[in-house]
Design a protein around this ligand. Structure first.
Ligand SMILES: [Zn+2]
Ligand SMILES: [Zn+2]
Length: 260
């Protein structure tokens, strides 16, 4: 069992394996587990960035314009240009814009669950590659800081890693120096958002975040990164906390977005 101190968890968010061992395990994995589709398990002809067969890749739904200019909600093509959606007109967010790469549905949703709840890291490269493919088409403005949505230290201990931080590092390697994993802190223990509806989700995360070094976020353009945008309650609460500490603006990027 891994035992890490509180500071180590906060700083790194992941359990680290010594580099030599890591290479050994990767090489052994290549022999023991030949390339297979992450979705259906079908054999693949060689390793690739996105480990999906053509059928499973066809089920990945990339989110494209037109969309809501603030929350990123996709519209039908017939809706014309991107514009504000009804929700954003009535209920402004604390972030400037939120964007997601793909719709939260199989096979991506299953890969996220395996990664997040099962600790199976082999799908992370594929999830990151899907995000990078989307970002090439629809680049985001370069931020001053990248902040992964933090976990409470109790959940971090239990899970062993922060999925938002792992994704942040994999998706944005060119901006790795800008990742500030411990600046935003989840200091209040809350029950999981899964199973809660809109108002209950907002109430559950209210005032549960704080900034550890306020001077570090002041006047900064921040990119907040998470795995899934469901109702937006969590990222909105993070953005509220950052805005309260005088961040210049907050953009949200999530790998996936749940759409009903
Ligand atoms: Zn497949
Ligand atoms: Zn909207």
């Amino acid at each position: 069992m891994f035992r890490l101190c509180r500071c180590h968890y906060r700083q790194y968010g992941v359990v680290r394996i010594r580099p030599g061992f890591r290479e050994f395990f990767l090489a052994a994995g290549e022999i023991l587990f030949p390339p297979a589709c992450l979705g259906c398990g079908a054999g693949l002809d060689g390793r690739r960035e996105i480990s999906y067969c053509s059928a499973c890749l066809g089920d990945v739904s990339f989110l494209r314009q037109p969309c809501c200019t603030v929350c990123g909600l996709p519209f039908e093509a017939a809706a014309g240009d991107s514009h504000l959606c009804g929700t954003c007109l009535v209920h402004p967010w604390h972030f400037t814009r939120a964007r997601a790469a793909v719709r939260y549905q199989p096979p991506v949703s299953e890969a996220i669950k395996m990664f997040k709840y099962g600790g199976r890291m082999h799908g992370v490269k594929t999830l990151a590659a899907l995000s990078q493919q989307w970002l090439q088409e629809q680049p985001l403005p370069e931020p001053d800081l990248l902040l992964p949505v933090p976990l409470h230290v109790r959940r971090l201990r239990r899970r062993g890693f922060n999925q938002a931080l792992v994704l942040c590092r994999q998706i944005f390697p060119a901006w790795k120096e800008k990742i500030a994993a411990s600046l935003l802190e989840r200091h209040v223990w809350t029950r999981p958002q899964t199973g809660l509806q809109g108002a209950a989700r907002r109430g559950n995360v209210r005032n549960s975040f704080r900034v550890r070094r306020p001077e570090k976020v002041r006047n900064k353009r921040i990119l907040l990164v998470d795995d899934v945008f469901t109702t937006g309650a969590t990222v909105n609460e993070c953005a509220k906390t950052l805005a309260g500490n005088r961040a210049a603006e907050v953009t949200v990027f999530t790998l996936a977005r749940a759409l009903v």
